[in-house]
Design a protein around this ligand. Structure first.
Ligand SMILES: Cc1ncc(COP(=O)(O)O)c(C=O)c1O
Length: 311
């Protein structure tokens, strides 16, 4: 079986040869910006939007990737094409970008980029099994004890790999329920986001999601807002408190791998009637229609033995 090729600093190399220095700022400082895109039926989804967000993160963090967005797109597609034959017909993949400031030099000023950035681009199989059952029964959303790093310290719109705060918050949530999905509040107690996703509540037929003052401007969040406009579902950005999630008719997370993940319990209480709601279903169906693939069906198929699939 041929091995995966990854893009490392301008070259396509076998995964086993893709090594970086232990002195890289990715390792020493968590000083890395990132993107995660997915494919649908082997076609990258909104790759240009992900790369546009990547270049905003690069600008704000003052990392020079050594190329412009158009070149980054071309290099990404070359890497993806080189690995296309490894994709099983019914599966899809991640396309991940990690770009660090490069070699970190110990001393009084770690901020200066001393040499080329470390540019890493690779594909990964998209394993949806951990989310598959939530499309039908919904997940349990639980608030973490820890709060978001405030945007006054690190703007939540910078998609970065300094993930300690998110990881600790998710560990707290898993103490309550090992299958729970975290809801992180900001320092004022407003709903911010999940460690890897955004949140939406539906109340009185209106879709509500926090503005991006305290969360990542998710591409899936953006897609849901586009679909809502097409379906004429009223939607608005607004502050949400835990009270709004307890009393919502429907609740869901959005993120690149699973797209829309319904939540039917919040901190132990049923959301609405405790079942996945009609607005959530309409949005997920519209997304599936847009990409020509049954999103939930693909995830469920991964739970089945190879060779069997949903009709
Ligand atoms: C902290 C955080 N919030 C939200 C999201 C959702 O963003 P997207 O829809 O672009 O995947 C992510 C994605 O990884 C994330 O890391």
């Amino acid at each position: 079986m041929s091995s995966r090729l990854v893009h490392l600093c301008g070259r396509l190399v076998p995964e086993s040869e893709a090594t970086i220095s232990i002195f890289d700022s990715a390792v020493l400082l968590g000083d890395t910006v990132t993107e995660s895109t997915r494919t649908f039926a082997h076609r990258p989804f909104k790759l240009d939007r992900h790369i546009a967000r990547l270049f905003k993160s690069l600008k704000v963090t003052r990392i020079d990737a050594g190329c412009d967005a158009a070149t980054m797109l071309r290099l990404t597609l070359e890497m993806f094409e080189a690995n296309r034959s490894l994709l099983a017909e019914r599966d899809d993949c991640w396309i991940v970008h990690n770009i660090s400031r490069g070699r970190s030099v110990a001393g009084p000023d770690p901020t200066v980029q001393q040499g080329p950035a470390t540019v890493m681009i690779y594909t990964l199989p998209l394993d949806l099994r951990g989310w598959a059952e939530f499309y039908d029964r919904g997940c349990h959303a639980v608030t973490a004890m820890s709060r978001m790093v405030p945007s006054q310290a690190l703007d939540a719109r910078v998609k970065n790999r300094s993930r300690m705060a998110y990881t600790l918050a998710e560990i707290e949530v898993k103490l309550v329920d090992p299958q729970a999905q975290g809801v992180i509040l900001d320092v004022e107690g407003k709903v911010a986001e999940n460690k890897g996703g955004n949140l939406f509540a539906v109340a009185d037929g209106c879709l509500k999601t926090p503005g991006t003052a305290n969360c990542l401007a998710g591409i899936s969040r953006e897609t849901v807002l586009e679909l809502a406009a097409e379906l004429q579902i009223p939607a608005r950005e607004t502050d949400l408190l835990p009270y709004d999630l307890y009393t919502a008719d429907e609740l869901f997370f959005t993120s690149t791998p699973y797209c829309i993940m319904p939540a039917t319990r919040f901190n132990g209480l049923s959301v609405g009637d405790g079942r996945v709601g009609p607005v959530t279903r309409r949005l997920l169906d519209a997304w599936s229609a847009r990409v020509g693939l049954d999103i939930a069906g693909q995830a469920r198929n991964q739970l089945r033995p190879t060779g069997t699939s949903e009709a």
